[in-house]
Design a protein around this ligand. Structure first.
Ligand SMILES: NC(=O)C1=CN([C@@H]2O[C@H](COP(=O)(O)OP(=O)(O)OC[C@H]3O[C@@H](n4cnc5c(N)ncnc54)[C@H](O)[C@@H]3O)[C@@H](O)[C@H]2O)C=CC1
Ligand SMILES: O=C(O)[C@@H]1CCC=N1
Length: 279
């Protein structure tokens, strides 16, 4: 399909499920230049539907089939256990050429292709929550019938959410473990650092400001400096100084091994979700 670059109107997008990630995508669409009337969002909760319409000016309703009928792009943003029933509602009414984009964790592209009309273009995406502030990471994988134009369109939709990286679907469980769930690991570290500051006698406000600013600054340095994180860590570590004393404790408490084990557990859970719901 056309990606709408030369069309007067951008492709009509329907976001099914207006939770944390669904709302983020609605807001990214508006930032990327979509008009509110070209965006539909569905919600099981009427209260939430009204909230989304009031906040973003988009149309909201509780009928997935109704919005799917007019959609050029359908974004599936419900929980993995609901995806099957949502596809059963929309599949009979989809127009040929509609691109189906899914952000559900774990479910493979084949799950969608088996339930959608023959030849449907499916693009699987793993975003993350910093997308809310335009600093997200999204990984996109093409389904059997998704062409270069479809992938370009998905990139445009996600443009306002942050970085977009393309990867083969076989990598998506690992991607989910690193960038999908990864913000939680970073928040965990920030929380622990702030708590440690309080333990050492700082006020909670100051400790939190220091922890957030330090993690943010370190991430920016790692991104912009282009140097290996181990080199950047060495540069903080003066001989016989405070940092080596601290890092020795991180090693002694197995923090590196814990991060690896956490990522493996997330990858395994992503596989399980796929097996559980795709059956
Ligand atoms: N939260 C995160 O960090 C990430 C989530 N994901 C995926 O995004 C999807 C959504 O996750 P969240 O936004 O966190 O969940 P959420 O629970 O905040 O949002 C889901 C929304 O779907 C609505 N809903 C439920 N059944 C529905 C139906 N039949 N029709 C329309 N709406 C319905 C719910 O009322 C809820 O508002 C999940 O599949 C998850 O795996 C992917 C990457 C990151
Ligand atoms: O925890 C989850 O299942 C979702 C997918 C990646 C981040 N949140």
């Amino acid at each position: 399909m056309s990606d709408g670059t030369t069309d007067a109107r951008r492709p009509q997008v329907a976001v099914l499920g207006g939770g944390v990630m669904g709302e983020t995508i609605v807001s990214a669409l508006l930032q990327a230049g979509w008009a509110p009337e070209d965006v539909d969002v569905t919600e099981r909760s009427a209260l939430r539907a009204n909230e989304l319409s009031e906040r973003h000016g988009v149309r909201s309703c509780d009928s997935n089939a109704k919005v799917a009928r007019r959609a050029d792009v359908l974004v599936v943003a419900v929980k993995p256990n609901v995806v099957g029933e949502v596809l059963a509602e929309v599949s009979p009414v989809l127009r040929p050429g509609t691109v189906v984009v899914t952000i559900a964790a774990g479910l493979p592209i084949s799950f969608y292709e088996q339930r959608l009309p023959e030849g449907a273009a499916v693009v699987r995406v793993m975003p993350n929550t910093p997308a809310v502030v335009g600093r997200g990471v999204s990984v996109i994988s093409a389904g059997t019938h998704a062409g270069a134009e479809d992938m370009a369109l998905v990139r445009r939709i996600l443009a306002a959410t942050g970085i977009v990286v393309e990867a083969p679907e076989k990598d998506l469980d690992a991607v989910t473990a690193i960038s999908g769930s990864g913000p939680a690991y970073a928040f965990y570290l920030i929380d622990a650092m702030a708590e440690a500051g309080v333990l050492l006698g700082l006020s909670r406000d100051v400790a939190t400001t220091l922890a957030v600013g330090t993690v943010q600054g370190a991430a920016t340095l790692a991104q912009q400096g282009g140097e290996h994180p181990a080199i950047l860590r060495e540069r903080v570590s003066s001989p016989g100084g405070t940092t080596v004393a601290a890092v020795r404790e991180l090693d002694a408490h197995g923090v590196r091994a814990a991060v690896v084990a956490a990522a493996e557990a997330a990858r395994d859970r992503s596989r399980e979700l796929g097996a559980e719901y795709a059956g």
